[in-house]
Structures are given as structure tokens and as C-alpha cells.
Design a protein around this ligand. Sequence first.
Ligand SMILES: NC(=O)c1ccc[n+]([C@@H]2O[C@H](COP(=O)([O-])OP(=O)(O)OC[C@H]3O[C@@H](n4cnc5c(N)ncnc54)[C@H](O)[C@@H]3O)[C@@H](O)[C@H]2O)c1
Length: 256
Amino acid sequence: MIKVGVLGAKGRMGSLVGQTVRSAGDLELAAEVDIGDERDCLLGCDVIVDFTSPAGVLDNLRWCVGSGLTMVIGTSGFDGPRLAEATKIVAAGATSADRSPGAQPRVLVVPNFSVGAVLMMKFAEQAARFFESAEIIELHHAGKVDAPSGTSARTAAMIAAARAAAGTGPGPDATTTQLEGARGAVVDGVHVHSIRLAGLVAHQEVLLGGHGETLTIRHDSLDRASFMPGVLIAVRGVASLPPGLTVGLEGLLGLA
Ligand SMILES: NC(=O)c1ccc[n+]([C@@H]2O[C@H](COP(=O)([O-])OP(=O)(O)OC[C@H]3O[C@@H](n4cnc5c(N)ncnc54)[C@H](O)[C@@H]3O)[C@@H](O)[C@H]2O)c1
């Protein structure tokens, strides 16, 4: 039985994780914590799942690694600088007696738990070097507090790395005048456009353009339930990962 603790347990994602864990035969929902609650009930859990907020997640990470707890983090906002900070926190969480990397707790940060979204990112990475232009449109419900989404930032980073490895330069763009924001945010050299619209859940299009052709890779999460199979894979698989910080579900899906 894997004992699971949930941080952000009263939220949209955290409450669904609670239900999902309760209905899995090999998992036990051992602790549920939301803002303002004491975290001590998480001690003794095998895995802590964090779906809180970008503002609070690093404090939770610090507390969990300080307590030697294994974490799966779904909270968004882990761009490059934040991942660097998280890496430092995890490294500092190695037991005081043993400062070697092997003594670090396991922390898995997953920008998107949807298997379809992971595949979308992978396909975008594969396609990126064959096209001159690549831009991203991410579309989410109006209650989302951060933009651009963690998934789009990660997709942009993957596209940028694939293009850099292939020696592909920046995409053509003749824009010389623009209203601020008209061309979106630029993440690792890739333009990312964020839509916030009531009625949406989580959606993303990667648009690639070349010589007389375009390729659009689109993924739609139509229900938060789409994230749960990935959460279960992460909770069951995090103990098999190397110590320290791992980003993305790809390794556990055999896609790394
Ligand atoms: N990785 C993914 O696949 C994925 C999927 C959906 C949402 N998300 C992200 O997960 C996060 C949560 O999303 P949501 O829709 O459930 O939000 P939500 O606002 O419905 O829930 C967040 C919950 O966390 C609680 N909380 C906030 N700070 C806390 C803290 N420091 N400690 C404990 N609890 C705290 C809040 O009170 C709330 O109950 C967001 O960052 C969102 O972008 C990630």
C-alpha cells in the first residue's frame, strides 16, 4: 500500500486526486492538507502530491524535502529560474549525514499529467527542426492564475532545444511595430499566446510553418479526469526514479 498525502486537498485538482487515490486498491489517502493546515500529518506518507499555487509550492517543497518526503508536484509555474531554485532546495534536502546526490529525496515535477499532452509535447519536439516557424497558443479556463501555462513553457523549451540542436535559427518575423503583448510572451525564443476563456479546461496548439505547408498539433483536456491516469503513474513510479529532481512524466511513460 502506498500512503499518499495531498497538498491543496480542497482545490479542483487536489480534491480529484483525493477521490482517485481513495478508489485505487494499492493506494491509501493518508493525509489531506490545504492552506492554513498543519503539514505534520504528511509525515509518514510515501508520496506527497502538490496541487497548490505557484506562490506556495516552493515553501511546501522546502518543508517536504526537509522532512525527507518524496514529492510529485503538479502545481504550475516551474519555468527555468524556478526549476533552478527547486533543484537547489532538493540538493539541500539530502540528509545531513550524507550530502551525496544519492541521498537527495525524489521530487518529480510534472508540468502536465495528461498522457495526450505529453505526447503532444513530444511530437512538437520531433517536428520542430523541420519547420521555419513554431508558435504556441495555450487556452485555459478563466480561473487560471498564471500565464503562460507550465505546459506551454515546457513545450517552448523542448522546441527551442530541438531547434538549437539541429542548428535551426529563429523563425522569420517582419514585425517592426506592435501593441505590447500582441505577439505573446517569448519563452526560450518561442512565441506563446495565452487565452483565458470561461468554459475552457486546458488546451494547446503548436503551430509549425514551413515551405507552403503548416502542421498544427492540438491537444484538448476536456475534463480534469484526463490528468488522473498520469497522477497515478507518477505516484506509483516516483520511487523508481533517480534521487533528486526529475521533470516530466516522459521517463515513466517510456518516452524519454
Ligand atoms: N500539472 C498538471 O497536469 C496540472 C493540471 C491542472 C492544474 N495544474 C496546476 O495545479 C495547481 C492547482 O490547480 P487547481 O485548479 O486545483 O487550483 P485551485 O485553486 O482549485 O486549488 C488550489 C488549492 O490549493 C490550496 N493552497 C494554496 N496554497 C497552498 C499552500 N501553500 N499549501 C496548501 N494548500 C494550498 C488552495 O487553498 C486550494 O484549495 C495550479 O497551479 C494549476 O495550474 C496542473
